[in-house]
Design a protein around this ligand. Structure first.
Ligand code: CA
Length: 512
């Protein structure tokens, strides 16, 4: 290199270092964000104060909501099995839609704790780019240099992706449920303490799951007492300290849900087929006791992240695998498409998110993975059906889609379908070999709790203390809304075609 070339080279380097953007990059490359994805098992948004609950106390989740964004329109897409967890959790890990999850050959495969040896490096190495799990949550973030860790339940969850987390500490959902939430928290704390002592520099992705408030909702004694609930020997009269009935409580659903023998509707410990006030209020007390305990565990982890100086560089997401009824509409389970069950709570805190913000979002759980990729600056994959809602989190958009589609067909076929657009929602039931064929049409702005004719019955009003307005009912057969129903019916069919729904309900054209 001659003198002139050297001079030009030095001047060029000096000029580049003077450019503000490049100088910043050269001095300190931007730190990549961490992710803490918190997932509860069977929790309706309505259990949190940020969604209007005035009884269940969750100060740590309230803080998360206050310091981040709350989504009012987060949904799971549905299920083809009574175990709604299974497709839901598969959608979270892979971002494929509900019907595609059904076709995954090993989707029902379970971990056997007696023979399981965790070998994530081996399993990662065996993946080819054609494998769906190549673009699963743990695989993508592992390849991107993240330290991935998972603690959650095994059983009714997607094993082929779960085993790809570099660190894994799972246990069965029925294994000592009263202290399970503390146990899951301790697994995360152990992971964080190890990172701390090792001086770990890699960014992390932690998948932090709980197996509550799923039944049996075995609460700790002090929290049960606080919510006037007991685990056993439920009194015939309601405990006055137990939570009040929900405004859409019913003593029975007006028609059969279509899944005979369904565990969640018939065999929940302490509930079984009972829907009386004392039983439902006791179950709500048990549920709230479990949720407050979960909140305590989340608080401990968030405090630890703050102490480690990691909290402000971490996206903390809180959601559930689906909602649940617990007495609303006379149902107990998660196998329906009312708002309490179709929707999920969704809170996010992290870099760039305006504290105290709120948006509709219109998201599915399968959107989580592309969103995490987007937030981490990683490419998404063509295998994903979900889409990033980062623009919603950053306050740039209110929603990422206009229309939402929901499925339940774990019982008799074709089952239930729902579609929602704007204020309007349609649900159709075609079950028990044509014995139940029903349509419901709701204006959710005027009737957010999806009240039915049965909610107007004086004995029900006396129990809930909520007097419905005349138009707070199913509008499907009201001639004034015939056009709206027609429009929503067409929209439902369009969505069923779009997502590859293999079934049609009785009044839709045959798809053969
Ligand atoms: Ca669940």
């Amino acid at each position: 290199m001659n003198r002139l070339s050297k001079t030009i080279c030095i001047l060029t380097v000096a000029l580049l270092l003077c450019l503000p953007g490049l100088r910043t990059y050269a001095a300190s490359p931007q730190k990549r964000p961490n992710f803490l994805v918190i997932l509860t098992d069977d929790q309706a948004p309505h259990t949190l104060s940020t969604y209007g609950n005035t009884v269940c106390q969750t100060p740590n989740l309230d803080r998360l909501a206050k310091e981040g964004i709350v989504l009012d329109g987060a949904h799971h897409m549905g299920s083809w099995a009574g175990a709604v967890c299974l497709p839901s959790r598969t959608m979270i890990q892979t971002s494929v839609n509900v019907w595609r999850t059904e076709k995954i050959p090993d989707v029902r495969k379970r971990m056997n704790p007696k023979t399981y040896v965790h070998q994530p490096q081996k399993w990662m190495a065996e993946l080819t780019e054609d494998d769906l799990n190549y673009c699963s949550m743990p695989a993508i973030f592992h390849r991107a240099g993240y330290d991935t860790f998972r603690t959650c339940k095994y059983g009714n969850t997607y094993e082929a992706a779960n085993r790809l987390y570099a660190g894994r500490s799972d246990r069965h959902w029925r294994d000592n449920p009263v202290e399970s939430s503390d146990w899951y928290r301790e697994q995360v704390m152990g992971f964080l303490r190890e990172r701390e002592s090792a001086g770990a520099k890699k960014p992390f992705l932690i998948f932090f799951g709980f197996c509550q408030p799923h039944d049996p909702r075995v609460g700790k004694p002090d929290l049960l007492a606080k919510y006037g609930a007991v685990n056993e020997n439920i009194p015939a009269a309601p405990n006055p300290k137990s939570p009040p009935l929900q405004p859409n409580y019913l003593p029975a659903h007006p028609f059969h849900h279509g899944h005979p023998g369904l565990r969640d509707e018939e065999r929940v410990q302490g509930v079984m087929l009972k829907r009386d006030e004392a039983t439902v209020r006791n179950e709500l007390g048990r549920e709230y006791a479990c949720i407050e305990n979960i909140d305590i565990q989340i608080g401990i982890v968030l405090d630890k992240l703050e102490t480690m100086g990691e909290l402000d560089n971490t996206y903390v997401l809180f959601t559930a695998d689906h909602g649940i009824s617990v007495g609303r509409h006379g149902l107990m389970g998660k196998q329906n498409l009312y708002e309490h069950t179709w929707r999920v709570p969704f809170l996010v805190r992290g870099p760039g998110i305006k504290p105290g913000s709120r948006a509709l979002g219109n998201t599915y759980l399968m959107d989580i993975l592309p969103t995490l990729c987007d937030l981490a600056g990683l490419p998404t994959s063509r295998t994903m059906d979900g889409r990033s809602f980062k623009p919603v989190l950053m306050g740039e958009e209110a929603t990422i889609r206009d229309v939402l589609y929901g499925v339940y067909c774990g019982g008799t076929k074709p089952g239930m379908r729902a579609v929602k657009k704007g204020d309007w929602k349609l649900i159709k039931y075609d079950v028990l070999d044509g014995l139940v064929r029903k349509t419901q049409l709701f204006n959710l702005k005027e009737n957010p709790d999806e009240l039915l004719e049965q909610h107007h019955v004086p004995t029900v009003v006396a129990m809930t203390g909520a007097t419905p307005k005349p138009n707070q009912r199913n509008l499907a057969d009201d001639p004034a809304y015939a056009e709206k129903r027609k429009e929503m019916e067409a929209l439902l069919l369009e969505q069923m075609v779009k997502w590859g729904d293999p079934y049609r309900v009785w009044d839709q054209p045959d798809n053969n």
